[in-house]
Design a protein around this ligand. Sequence first.
Ligand SMILES: [Ca+2]
Ligand SMILES: [Ca+2]
Ligand SMILES: [Ca+2]
Length: 326
Amino acid sequence: MIKRISILLLAMVPVALWAQFAPAQDQPGTTAMHADSSAFVAWAAGCTVERGPMRIDKPENGLASYGADSLALGKPGGTYDVVSLGDGGTATLTFESPIYNGEGPDFAVFENGFANAVNPDTWALELGFVEVSSDGVNFFRFPAVTYVQTETQLGNAGSIVPAQLHNFASKYGAFYGTPFDLDEVEDNELLDKNRVTHVRIVDVVGNIDPEYATTDSEGHIVNDPWPTAFASSGFDLDAVGVIHDIAHNDVPENAEESIAVYPNPVRDRLMVKAEDLQSVEIYNLVGQQVLVSTFDIVDMSDLNQGIYFVRINTDGKTVTKRVVKQ
Ligand SMILES: [Ca+2]
Ligand SMILES: [Ca+2]
Ligand SMILES: [Ca+2]
C-alpha cells in the first residue's frame, strides 16, 4: 500500500513542477499580448535572416526557405506572414528608435504557433532563444527555461504546454506575443539596456539527441517539434513589437526648450534632452547629491518618492530642473 502511494506521488510531482510559468493565451494569468494591444508603440523596421538547415542531421537536404526577411517587419500578419529560420537559424531585427528598459516587459516576439486539434491544452510551438544588443556586435541572451520532457522527441505536430516555458519565443500562438523584460538579462558592461538597438531570435534546434541538442540557461535539453524537414523548418518569425522605445516615451511638455527632462512626474527612467550633455546630477530637497550620471537616461527607480532637483551640465551651460519622483 505504501509503495502504491509513493508511486502515485511520483506521478503527480512532475505535473506540479511543470506548471510553474504563465499559462496559455486563453487562460487566466497568461502573459500573452495580443497584436492589437495598445502597449505596442512600434514594430521591427529591419530584419536580416541567416537560415539554418531544414534538418540539422542532413544538411545536404538544404536550408529552410519559406518567407522573405521582410515578413518579420511591421504588425503580425499570422500563419503565413512569417520567415522560417530552419534548425539553429537566426533573425536579427532593428528598430527606428532604441528600446529602453521601462517598467515591466519592453518588447514581445510573435510566432505562428497553434493549438493541437486533439488536445487543445497543448500547442505546436517552434521555440527560439532571444538575445539583445546595444551595439550590434555583442549579444546577450535572456535566461530561458524549459520543463518539457526530454525522453521522447516531439514530432512536427509537437505538443507543448506553454506553462512549461519561460523566456522562449514563442511561448504563445499566432497573433499573441511573448513578452520580454530587459530586467531579466544579466547586467554586462557591454550592454546598455536603455539603448537596445538589436533583437536576435535564435532557433532552438529542438532535437534531443545530445549531438545536436541545444540547452536552456539551466542546462536542460530543449525539446521542440523536430524534425521539421520542409521549407518552413524551425522558428517562424512573424513580428517583434516594441513596448518601450525612446521615441515614444512621454512627449516632453517643454519640447521647444533646448534642455528638458521628461517624463515629469517620473516613475523610473528620466530622459534628459540636452545638446553636448556632460553630466546629470540629482539632489534631494536638503541638497544632498543622490545620483550622478553621464548618460541621457537616468534610472531613478531606486530613489524615494518626492521632489528632486536635476542639475544638467552641458558644454557651456548648467540648468536645474525640479522633478517629482512617484
Ligand atoms: Ca523592463
Ligand atoms: Ca516552422
Ligand atoms: Ca509577419
